[in-house]
Write a protein that binds this ligand. Structure first.
Ligand code: NAD
Length: 268
């Protein structure tokens, strides 16, 4: 049995679609560490994905919520507090989607209606998740709110399209809301910048295999996988990280600090 770093804590996990999802592994690890959870995803993902399977496995209720709908989020918090028996100690936002990326639209030929949708789903939803929690007083003091992001917010990855701007906005919301939630409730807000990971969202990006291999060869430790990401999420939800807030934390095997790795030249 793992150390019970999250014993007695109540959490909401967004974004587990299937067993490849980062959120799937995070939910499993949080459960192993003693947390009580509710799982949520968009109604369409509940129909197409396997989240119910995860709910059964972890004995966790699955509550549908479109992360862009404040009404859905209100219901999610209301039901989660009722089911879990109190305020929420941690939230994982693992939500991302871009129709432009999915349809492989080049960066200089983007559809702006789709861009609005991308920003709403992938970034503004994070603000909604926090603002709704504030209005409902749904978070425990010293809680932890975390979103998953990617280094394309800081550096150019041409095929990541407008998701680069979505991630930049997401990270900015973490800093700005981190101030408010810190002052109000001692709640911390961070983003975890993860290595390329083979998931439904990840594999939807043009040339994903190439930049997965490139990052693998650039990073002294190699790419961080979902399992190690989940371990780190557990730490970020636990009291061990209670003074870390308003940070974008790289979880990438060292990729973000590299200039050139000779291995990337010889093995690409
Ligand atoms: N896979 C990678 O390489 C990688 C790297 C860095 C960061 N991330 C981020 O990790 C997070 C999780 O993605 P993943 O790679 O595990 O892929 P994934 O496809 O398994 O997860 C994305 C999730 O977002 C959900 N979603 C989409 N629209 C939604 C909506 N309107 N409401 C609620 N949920 C919605 C999907 O149903 C899905 O469960 C995303 O934010 C992604 O950008 C992924």
């Amino acid at each position: 049995m793992a150390n019970q770093l999250l014993a007695g804590k109540r959490g909401i996990i967004f974004g587990a679609l299937d067993e490849n999802s980062i959120a799937w592994r995070v939910a499993e690890k949080c459960h192993e560490h003693g947390a009580k959870l509710t799982l949520t995803n968009a109604p369409v993902a509940l129909r197409m994905g396997k989240i119910q399977e995860l709910g059964t496995k972890l004995n966790s209720e699955v509550i549908p919520a479109d992360a862009t709908s404040v009404e859905d989020l209100e219901l999610l918090y209301e039901k989660s507090m009722e089911i879990l028996g109190g305020k929420i100690d941690f939230v994982l936002h693992a939500v991302g989607m871009s129709v432009n990326v999915r349809k492989k639209k080049p960066y200089d030929d983007l559809n702006y209606d789709w861009m609005q949708k991308s920003l709403d789903i992938s970034a503004i939803s994070f603000h909604k998740v926090m603002q709704t929690a504030v209005k409902m007083d749904a978070l425990s003091d010293w809680g932890s709110v975390l979103a998953l992001t990617y280094i394309a917010a800081q550096r150019v990855f041409p095929d990541y399209g407008e998701m680069a701007e979505a991630k930049a906005l997401l990270e900015s919301f973490a800093r700005s809301f981190g101030y408010h939630l810190g002052e109000q409730k001692k709640v911390r807000v961070n983003t975890l910048s993860q290595s390329p990971t083979r998931t439904t969202a990840g594999s939807g990006i043009k040339g994903f295999d190439d930049f997965f291999t490139y990052a693998e060869n650039m990073s002294p430790l190699g790419n961080a996988d979902s399992d190690s990401c989940a371990d780190f999420c557990v730490v970020l939800f636990s009291d061990l990280s209670r003074m870390i807030t308003m940070q974008n934390i790289y979880h990438d095997g060292g990729f973000s600090s590299m200039g050139i790795n000779p291995r990337a030249l010889t093995e690409s």
